[in-house]
Every structure is written in C-alpha cells, then in structure tokens.
Design a protein around this ligand. Structure first.
Ligand SMILES: Cc1ncc(COP(=O)(O)O)c(C=O)c1O
Length: 458
C-alpha cells in the first residue's frame, strides 16, 4: 500500500523491475536508500536495512498499490473511541474494524474504574511484579478470570502476544512436540518456534488430521501440546472442542485454547468455547485469553491449575522480565468482565448481529468462507489489491472495514474482515453488506486486481 502519497511515482525502470519481480523472474526493485552511504568493509552492504528481503517485499507491495492508485488503508487514525461508529478525519463511519465486541470500550463504568485505579496506583506498575510488587487490582482480576473459566488460578501478562510466547516457551522444550491448527495465531506459532520443541501444523479445524499425526509419532516425544483457538481470528469459525479433548486424553497431551476472540462472544453468557460446546471448562488444560478485545483493555491471561500458574509466575520470561499490567488497564478489564457477566443480553445481541450479517452476506453472494457468524466475518475477495480498493470504496461510502492480505492469509484468500459488535443496528449491518456487494461486483466487472495490472503492464 502506498504510504508515500505526494512523492513522485515509479520510474519506467522501477515499473519494469516490478513487473519482472511479480512474474517471479527477478528480485523486487530496490528504491534508493534515504540513509547516507556508510563507510565500511566487506559486509557493509548487509548493514543497509533496505537489503532485507522483507523490506524489498514491502517495497514491491507499495509499488503495486502506487501503480493501481490505491490508498494505504493501514495506520489510519480514529478521532475518538471506536464503537459501532467511529469518526475518522472528522467523518463519521460505520465501523467494522474494532474488537469492541460488546461495546464495553468507553463504557462509563469501565472508564470510571480505570480513572479510579489511575488516581490510586498511577499509570504504571513501574516494575516486574516479582520485584516491584502486585497491586490488589491484579489479584481481583486474576481471581475473577480464574472463576470465569472454572480454573484454580489465573495470571495476567502485559500483552496477549507475550502471554502465548512466554507460556508456550516455559512449558515446552527440545524433547517435546507442539501440534497447532494451521490457522493458529502468529503469537502461538512464534512461542512454539522459540520453545525449541518440534512443531507441526494440522489441517484447519480437523481433529482427524491431528490424531493422524499423534498416531504416527506420539511415542517419539515426551510432552505434547495441542494449540487451537476458541473462535478463529481470520475465518471466524469454531472448533469441535469435544473431539479435541477426547484426542488429547487418548494421547496424553495438553490442550491449550486461545480465547482471544471467544471470550464474551461464544456461549449463552459469553463464557467462551466450553460454554458454546456445553463442556466442563476444566477439560482444557490451559485457557489463554486477551483483555484487548471484549474486555476493553490490554494484556493477556492464562487460567488453569494452580501448579501451572505458580510455574508461570516464577519462571515465564515474558512475565518475570516484563513490567506488570498497568493498574488502570487491569481495573478497566475487571469492570468490563463484571458488566459482561451482569448483562448477558449484550452477548445475545452480538450473536444475533453476527448471524444476521452472515445471512445477509450469503444472500448477497459474498464469500464468507467457513465463518460461524459470531463476531468475525470475512468477505473473501481473492486478490490483495482488489481487497484494498474495496476498503477505499467502502470508506467513501461511509464504512470502515480493513483488509487482511498475504502473508497473514494466502493471496488467493485475501479478504476484508468485518468485526461485528453488539451495538451495531440491523440497519447498519444491512447497509454494509449491500455496499460491499455492490462495490465488489463493480471491481470484479472492471477486472480490478493484481493480475489485470500485470497484463496492463506487459
Ligand atoms: C487469536 C489471537 N491470539 C493472541 C492475540 C494477541 O493478543 P494482543 O493483541 O492482546 O496482544 C491476538 C491478537 O489479535 C489474537 O487474535
């Protein structure tokens, strides 16, 4: 995406280099580095950041969007608190780009709780909790999160990302095996990589594929950890928890469920995947979740047996060597958790909204993949540039939804992702689906996309 509006366009040489690289016959064109030339020896060229392959790939993407004249949809500022609507550049848009699933971000009780905690404890925990000490608000939040999952104890970390990395690294090592869903979130995959354990993906949402791997090689490893999500963040579909718990029991493995998008969304009262599937939550060994979605804050948590939490508290590097969760954020998420439990009608409304959006989208012929129509509904467009252009056109019509592009998903499944909130009205949902279907049809009819750009260039 071009983030360089106002700068000169591509030169003919850059265009032909880009064409060659898109066809796979050459490296992407290199823009001149803005950095001054460095003195140095034999390896000086490797100190140039522009020599990094990922930088060059980024430049290629910028080049394609520049050619197709599509605006950069990323890092756009919202003027206030994003809810069902959000103001951007002073223009009010119907918003589908925030994880504010139950409308609790900006809720007066949540804001007040954060403000009170800030007045009492300040804005920061000021050190790792191990050495700098806890605040009572940490204990309250951990106790109520543990209770929420029927667990013995819980521990909160400063981010959901570091929760996954630190926990998986602490539990697993070189003699162990990690088996994860093919669409597992990057934070869990990076945790698996850093742990030094063997790592294998099984086909998305396919317990049989998981069991096949275990039947082949369970005996080659000591501990086995299975990683799944409660509600998949890219596709919005849900695993069959009963099957996964049976398999983990049969093969003496641990099961860890990432509930980043399941908490507050799944189950009659929002208690997540176990409630959705009608199962005892203690069948899952490790519940992981984030406070950055439904819980209107920031941070992550693990809920499970006391021994697990003790171990993480004293050993997990991302906890021990990182600052404690900021007290105002802990207070905000605790207030949000209490509202969620007190007002299950929010969860019911979210589920109705998700089901309505999915139904309307399917009736309009949009490809929503395997979405269950809860809080996450993708509209698969199949071409990155078409997805970005669709975002731009929707923005002009008063809607905010963001694209998901390669490498987050394969190019042929490039998409827009709609996050649904309990606060959306049926009219807002219907208007968004109608505009998306119309604009996508127009782009398809015009043949707008990467392949048509390639033919036009050749
Ligand atoms: C499934 C999943 N797990 C973990 C994370 C990381 O959480 P956080 O953004 O709170 O660090 C995300 C972030 O979106 C996610 O979608």
């Amino acid at each position: 995406m071009s983030g360089r509006t106002g700068k000169p366009g591509m030169s003919p040489e850059e265009k032909s280099a880009l064409l060659a690289s898109l066809r796979g016959s050459a490296a992407p064109p290199r823009r001149k580095s803005a950095a001054p030339a460095r003195p140095g020896g034999e390896y000086a060229h490797l100190t140039d950041f522009t020599s990094l392959p990922n930088y060059q790939r980024l430049q290629m993407q910028h080049g394609v969007s520049e050619m197709l004249q599509v605006a950069n949809p990323f890092f756009q500022a919202h003027d206030g608190c994003p809810a069902d609507t959000s103001s951007m550049d002073g223009v009010e848009l119907i918003n589908f780009a925030s994880y504010n699933y139950l409308g609790l971000n900006g809720h007066p009780e949540v804001v007040e709780a954060a403000a009170k905690a800030m007045a009492l404890y300040g804005t920061s925990a000021s050190a790792s909790r191990v050495v700098g000490g806890d605040r009572p608000i940490h204990h309250e939040l951990e106790a109520e999160l543990a209770d929420f999952y029927g667990a013995e104890d819980a521990l909160v970390f400063v981010s959901g990302y570091s929760t996954n990395v630190a926990t998986i690294c602490e539990l697993m090592g070189p003699k162990d095996l990690i088996l994860h869903d093919a669409l597992m979130h990057n934070s869990a995959i990076m945790g698996a990589e850093y742990s030094g354990a063997a790592r294998r993906a099984f086909a998305h949402n396919d317990p049989d594929a998981l069991e096949d791997i275990l039947l082949q090689c369970r005996g080659d490893y000591q501990r086995v950890l299975i990683l799944i999500e409660g509600l998949y963040s890219m596709d919005g579909d849900i695993p069959d928890l009963a099957r996964f718990t049976q398999i983990k029991q049969r093969h003496d493995a641990w099961l860890m469920v990432d509930e980043a998008h399941g908490l507050g969304v799944l189950g009659r009262t929002g208690r997540g995947l176990a409630e959705h599937c009608g199962l005892d939550p203690t069948l899952v060994d490790i519940w992981m979740g984030t406070m950055s979605k439904t819980l209107a804050g920031c941070g992550g948590f693990i809920a499970g047996q006391g021994a697990l939490i003790d171990l993480l508290k004293y050993n997990a590097s991302g906890f021990v060597y990182s600052v404690g969760l900021a007290p105002p954020l802990a207070a905000a998420s605790l207030a949000a958790l209490r509202i969620l439990l007190r007002e299950p009608e929010r969860v019911a409304r979210l589920q109705e909204n998700g089901a309505l959006f999915l139904k309307l989208a399917n009736e309009a012929g949009l490809d929503t993949g395997s979405s269950a129509g809860m809080a996450v509904v993708p509209v698969i467009v199949g071409d990155s540039m078409r997805a970005v252009k669709l975002v731009e056109r929707l923005r002009m019509r008063g809607f905010c939804a963001l694209p998901i592009l390669y490498p987050a998903v394969p190019e042929k499944t490039a998409r827009l992702r709609f996050f649904i909130s309990s606060t959306h009205s049926p009219e807002q949902l219907a208007a968004a689906v109608a505009a998306t279907a119309e604009e996508l049809k127009a782009l398809e009819e015009a043949g707008f996309g990467v392949s048509s750009a390639l033919s036009a260039m050749s």
